[in-house]
Design a protein around this ligand. Structure first.
Ligand code: GLV
Length: 321
């Protein structure tokens, strides 16, 4: 490729660009676009967008300014906040950062499982109050988890939970046999049948029009009253009102939520204080040093792009992941 690349770094301003990006400075023109107006100005003539978040304004609103765009690399795993019909129909290639968050998210799930089973929240509270109160705690070995979403994140979660003696069943988009890790992966249609058997229900499927609202009143009612629900996927996968009602009715014992319909979770949400609920601010995949790993992936893909080689982590735009 002979023409000089123009890379728009969306959602970030100059000093906080991804680690490693500065090594491209002599070779490409870098344009930082922390907000929608700057994005509109930066897009004409740009062939690459390095996208981080579109809370600062969605690309769709300035899409007509993208006159030379060929490739968007997304620093997240889920691309639901990025995709829109004009982009899906265009020739622009989208890549994501799948793979980078898997290990941290699997560890996070294990942490939540242990937090619940070993009653750690209560231990912290009793210590604060200087109360010595002996209790019994749950065993996790021999319990059962249902992991909904069997991409690289779900598979790493399955591997981690198996390592501590939890029996894991996977639900993917459609049924497949002989998966080396999960054996049979069940299709979405099996979800309601499998829910009553699970002690842990872990949701990590991508948000697409097919998965939005896949957990509603019927799914929560199908769960064991002792089960805990863990959502690290997207808030929109869940009917939050139905979850709140199910928790209040005792249809399930708890919910650890890292993602919400509205983020940040509004202070008035009952989820902050409902017994059995653990709220965290969309952080399960983010570990110390991860921006450097994101930078390495982008730089590797950028070299491939310039060399005309196949890119890593190409997203199936029509499928939505
Ligand atoms: C975060 O939620 C991501 O998709 O990477």
């Amino acid at each position: 490729m002979s023409e000089r690349s123009v890379v728009v770094v969306q959602g970030r301003s100059d000093p906080e660009g991804l680690p490693g990006l500065e090594t491209l400075a002599g070779e490409v023109e870098l344009r930082y676009a922390p907000d929608l107006d700057r994005l509109r100005e930066a897009l004409p003539g740009a062939d690459v967008v390095l996208g981080s978040n579109f809370r600062s304004g969605r690309l769709r609103e300035v899409w007509s300014a993208a006159d030379r765009l060929r490739w968007i690399h997304w620093t997240g795993a889920g691309v639901d906040a990025l995709l829109f019909p004009e982009l899906i129909e265009s020739e622009v290639v989208v890549t994501n950062s799948r793979g980078i968050y898997d290990g941290a998210m699997a560890e996070y799930v294990l942490g939540l499982v242990l937090d619940y089973a070993k009653d750690l929240g209560r231990t912290h509270a009793l210590q604060q109050a200087r109360v010595w109160q002996h209790r019994l705690t749950e065993r996790i070995a021999g319990t059962r988890a249902l992991v909904v979403g069997t991409g690289s994140i779900g598979r790493e979660i399955a591997r981690m939970l198996r390592a501590v003696g939890i029996e894991v069943t996977g639900v993917g988009r459609r049924r497949r046999e002989n998966d080396p890790l999960l054996g049979t992966v069940h299709g979405r249609e099996a979800l309601d049948r499998l829910l009553p058997e699970a002690d842990w229900v872990v949701l990590v499927t991508p948000r697409t029009p097919q998965t939005e609202g896949m957990f509603g009143a019927a799914q929560f009612e199908a769960m064991k009253p002792t089960a805990r629900f863990i959502n690290l996927g997207r808030g929109a996968l869940v009917d939050e009102e139905a979850l709140i009602a199910a928790l209040r009715a005792g249809a399930l014992a708890g919910a650890a939520l890292d993602v919400f319909g509205t983020e940040p979770l509004p202070p008035a949400s009952p989820l902050w204080t409902l017994p059995g609920v653990i709220v965290s601010p969309h952080m399960s995949g983010d570990f110390f040093g991860y921006p450097r790993v994101l930078g390495e992936l982008f730089l590797d893909n950028f070299r491939r792009y310039r060399a005309g080689e196949p890119l890593r982590n190409v997203v199936d735009k029509a499928a939505g992941y």
